[in-house]
Design a protein around this ligand. Sequence first.
Ligand code: NAI
Length: 251
Amino acid sequence: MTQFAGKTAFVTGAANGIGRATAVAFAREKAAVVLADINERGNEETARLIRDSGGRAVTVHCDVREEDDVRAAVRRAVEEFGRLDIAFNNAGRETSLGPLDALNVDDFNGVMDVNVKSAFLCMKYEIPHMLENGGGAIVNTSSGAGVIGIKNQAAYSAAKHAVIGLTRSAALDYADRGVRINAVCPGIIATDMMQRVSGGTAEGRAEMLAEEPIGRFGRPEEIASAVLWLCSDSAGFAIGHALVMDGGHTI
Ligand code: NAI
């Protein structure tokens, strides 16, 4: 359980859901973890979980839509732990549901900023530090909505498709310099986001569950395992991959 000993992992959206589970999993494998989020309370809770089990974590307030915040957060990671080896660019959010003509431009731009621009900004500032160490591993969070179209979620689906395009192209840019860049595509995972999308009702959840071939929602820890694998030496030949973890939802 020490495969990331001596390494530093930077995780966005670490205050909740998939980001929290992945930050905790990295810490369990002995990485020092930098928790970046706009939700400072949630971030502190993630840090407490890690420290209570003997891990190392620092929190940093970071709005991933803002270049200055991302630049400062990545710099903080390196100042705190001396290096940057791993990044999980995961912060993101859904849109309100509805057909395309009901989407307003602010909603569209907002969902692109938080899901796509964020991954661009994070990679832009993470990669130079990884190159200084001779390499690193990055995973961006896409979605099942990044590989198929989703009714009433055009902007979110477009954003998550874009994350895969960004991931694959960046992967080619750095493949010969030791920085491996991949994406993970979660299906429906039991987090606060899923609760919001379901409308927070038992009926909403039942409707979503009816579409799951595996008969259940995913757990954040199941996405964490995929991310840890993509960042591990075992995945040394995985470049530009979009690893779908969705209980069969998109097959
Ligand atoms: P969540 O809502 O539980 O957690 C998202 C975290 O991102 C929160 O801590 C929130 O404060 C943070 N965040 C939101 N906007 C931010 C910003 N501008 N700057 C910094 N942090 C920000 O959501 P969940 O489910 O853990 O989602 C994580 C990622 O997984 C997202 O990119 C989401 O699109 C993706 N995803 C989630 C699925 C699900 O069913 N839960 C399915 C497919 C993808």
